[in-house]
Ligand binder design. Sequence first.
Ligand SMILES: NC(=O)C1=CN([C@@H]2O[C@H](COP(=O)(O)OP(=O)(O)OC[C@H]3O[C@@H](n4cnc5c(N)ncnc54)[C@H](O)[C@@H]3O)[C@@H](O)[C@H]2O)C=CC1
Ligand SMILES: O=C(O)C1=N[C@H](C(=O)O)C[C@H](O)C1
Length: 267
Amino acid sequence: MTRITVAGAAGRMGNAIIRAIMHDGGGALVAGLEAPGHRSAGKSLAEVCGVADAPGLVFDDIAQAMAQSDVLIDFTSPTASIANLGWCAEAGKACVIGTTGLDLSHDQILRALAAKTPVVFAPNMSVGMNLMFKLVGQIAQVLGPNYALEVMEAHHDQKKDAPSGTAVRLLKELCAARGWDYDAVCQHGRCGMVGARPQDQIGVAVIRGGDIVGDHTVFFIGQGERIELTHRAHSRDTFAGGAVRAALWLHGKPAGLYDMQDVLGLK
Ligand SMILES: NC(=O)C1=CN([C@@H]2O[C@H](COP(=O)(O)OP(=O)(O)OC[C@H]3O[C@@H](n4cnc5c(N)ncnc54)[C@H](O)[C@@H]3O)[C@@H](O)[C@H]2O)C=CC1
Ligand SMILES: O=C(O)C1=N[C@H](C(=O)O)C[C@H](O)C1
């Protein structure tokens, strides 16, 4: 059985992942990991997460948290995920990373570390969104250049990064389909005398508020009609289930960088 440690155990996703391991089965929950000096360090996972039957403790030291584990599932912050992956690469432990907001330098380090240990890295662990990643490029290609592309995402008011990692991936799929350069064509918001819309542009709109779990819409807008392709996550359980599925799939795989498309057989 795959033994799993959950980083960010006291966070929104950490909590959902611990519930998924406990209630959906398939893996063994070993420990939680939190930021150095975090108030939950030394407490039981059951107390920290409110999951009565959860075994194990929360540590603020990765060596202790991973001592009995095969896989780390990490939904934390960009710097924390890269540091935790660095430890996993040295120790030969597999790592599933769902953290978003990584910059180019994080991305380069992640790729180098994934040469040493198996890693699943994906901005969205849901089945539906991973199918949508495939579909948006196909739709853009079939409709052709006369259809304007726009992306809108909405999330809860605690989200730190914008646009979401999922929106960034959708934009990259659309750019690949059109042969466009991401940085050159993405227009983040519009304000003032912006003029007529150029054809080679993708507008990006970001909404934040309340407890929205995660909504993404891609607009394909033509003269006389439009398609709006929307994915709405109803709860974090959909991401958590995907993360656990990825951990079970990853255990025993050779070193390398994988994403949810590999896990779900969508490539
Ligand atoms: N890929 C996906 O499907 C999804 C990705 N996310 C991403 O996951 C990340 C976390 O999101 P939330 O759970 O909402 O955030 P959160 O803020 O609720 O939780 C993050 C947790 O990580 C902990 N942490 C910080 N540094 C740490 C370290 N060095 N080691 C261990 N734990 C550490 C924090 O104390 C906190 O408890 C974000 O980047 C978010 O965008 C969120 C939902 C789905
Ligand atoms: O921070 C979140 O909550 C989410 N983050 C991911 C992202 O940035 O794409 C995925 C999901 O939409 C929820």
